[in-house]
Design a protein around this ligand. Structure first.
Ligand SMILES: Cc1cc2nc3c(=O)[nH]c(=O)nc-3n(C[C@H](O)[C@H](O)[C@H](O)COP(=O)(O)O)c2cc1C
Ligand code: SF4
Length: 440
């Protein structure tokens, strides 16, 4: 099977090896085409974003205003903070030049002269590797002022590697832009969308690292070639990062629509100790979990997963065996979203904390049946009522884990719990006489 974003070529990360294998040829051919032709090719290829929402890349590019003198920007999202996701760093390590080439082609298509590749702060090693590749590309004239000469074109662009500070919310596109601007990573209210009002108020496009890395092969081999790979409505390959109770965890580049069971048993080596699967989260921790007895025939692409009540997200497949305590898993996931909520809007700021508190209570064996329904009510009140999708990301695991694994929760809660108050003084306040008015 052909690899598009992670070719199995030794030392492909080195510029000379990349050039020997046709590197920067796609950019050469792109600069001979009009920007509309490039956008049209990307649209027709059917390439959908690999950052979570699976939105059409070509369509997103076409939203950038044309007759507008404002500077335009491209942000390449390598924040990769979703638990269960670790695929973009493979690109930064093994194929940085294809990412850089994709970035200059995207800049050309949308008219941007500056691109920021935003990488999460914890990725020290990968930031260094990317910066080294970028320095080499600058030196050989594939980026910056010298590219006019290299590619015999009027176009030039600069690329900057921007290091995040380790906040999950800075992966959200508008928080990412605030972060680049040096502001607090608060998501912005949309509309206006980034194509109208992005970095410093200027038109901006944001795409994931894997999305952009797909661009050079599409330009080189044509949209027909790309759209014929995998599932027609979500074509190409997808990087599946498999973790959890499998024998061979790792990142596997496979055609979209590959069976989830093949990913687990054929590529990730099956379940440790040949145990049964209880639960799989197919696209990173925020995506609705699937039951182990529902996996047969499930294809891994946006449309197929939607049809079975989940989503492709970032392709981070988390496998949990029959002995997994899903209540504890959910409490851990809830802790993450509580910690990462930026606190800007009330349902997310308060709701994530309430859900965590209740889940911890259940884990301690102090929960009641009412708590299970209360969790669902809180999740439903967060979902769709927040500035950004972190609210949904926090609500979905709770809502769907309870919907699909309710017995696990019911098994450890009680009908009623009578608790000894831990704080005696506090409990006494309930019965204390009202405080007499202060005499002045
Ligand atoms: C809380 C939150 C975190 C996100 N983190 C990332 C991330 O780490 N990487 C990423 O590419 N997209 C992330 N996204 C999605 C981005 O907002 C955006 O949709 C994406 O980068 C667009 O790229 P694509 O169209 O190529 O998928 C996140 C979204 C939310 C709501
Ligand atoms: S949903 Fe949460 S993370 Fe997003 S803006 Fe609101 S408080 Fe911040």
């Amino acid at each position: 099977m052909e690899k598009i974003v992670l070719p199995e070529i030794e030392n492909f990360h080195q510029l000379d090896v990349y050039l020997q294998n046709g590197g920067y040829e796609a950019a050469k051919s792109a600069f001979k085409q009009t920007t509309d032709q490039i956008i049209d090719t990307v649209k027709k290829s059917g390439l959908r974003g690999r950052g979570g929402a699976a939105f059409s890349a070509g369509l997103k590019w076409s939203f950038m205003p044309k007759n507008n003198d404002k500077p335009k920007y491209l942000c390449v999202n390598g924040d990769e903070s979703e638990p269960g996701s670790f695929k973009d760093r493979q690109i930064l390590e093994r194929n940085p030049h294809q990412l850089i080439e994709g970035t200059i082609i995207a800049c050309y298509a949308i008219g941007a002269k500056s691109a920021y590749i935003y990488v999460r702060g914890e990725y020290h090693k990968w930031i260094k590797l990317l910066q080294k590749a970028l320095d080499d590309a600058y030196e050989k004239g594939f980026v910056g002022e010298k590219m006019k000469e290299t590619f015999a074109t009027d176009f030039m662009c600069n690329i900057y590697v921007h290091k995040g500070a380790g906040a999950y919310i800075c992966g959200e596109e508008s928080a990412l832009m605030n972060s680049i601007e040096g502001q607090r990573g608060y998501p912005r209210i949309k509309p206006p969308f980034p194509a109208q009002n992005g970095l410093w108020g200027n038109p901006t496009t944001i795409n994931n690292v894997e999305t952009i890395t797909n661009i050079p092969p599409i330009i080189k081999k044509g949209w027909e070639w790309f759209s014929a790979i995998g599932e027609p409505k979500h074509p190409g390959t997808i990087l599946f990062g498999v973790s959890g109770h499998v024998n061979n965890p790792g990142v596997f580049e496979l055609p979209s629509g590959t069976l989830l069971t093949d990913i687990i048993y054929k590529y990730a080596g099956g379940v440790i100790g040949d145990k049964k699967i209880k639960c799989v989260i197919p696209g990173g921790s925020s995506m609705p979990p699937l039951r182990g007895d529902q996996l047969e025939g499930v294809k891994m692409d946006a449309e197929s997963l939607k049809a079975v009540g989940s989503a492709i997200g970032t392709g981070g497949v988390m496998v949990m065996d029959e002995d997994t305590d899903l209540v504890r898993v959910l409490a851990r996931i809830a802790k993450f979203y509580y910690h990462e909520s930026c606190g800007q809007c009330t349902p997310c700021r308060e709701g994530t904390g309430w859900m965590l508190k209740i889940l911890n209570r259940i884990v301690r064996g102090e929960g009641t049946k009412k708590d299970i329904d209360l969790l669902v009510t809180i999740a439903k009140n967060i979902e769709g009522n927040t500035v950004c999708a972190l609210g949904d990301a926090a609500a979905w695991p709770v809502k769907f884990m309870i919907e699909r694994f309710r017995v696990e929760f019911e098994a450890i809660v009680k009908d009623e719990v009578s608790l000894e108050p831990k704080n005696k003084v506090h409990s006494m306040r309930k019965t204390a006489n009202p405080i007499a008015p202060v005499q002045v």
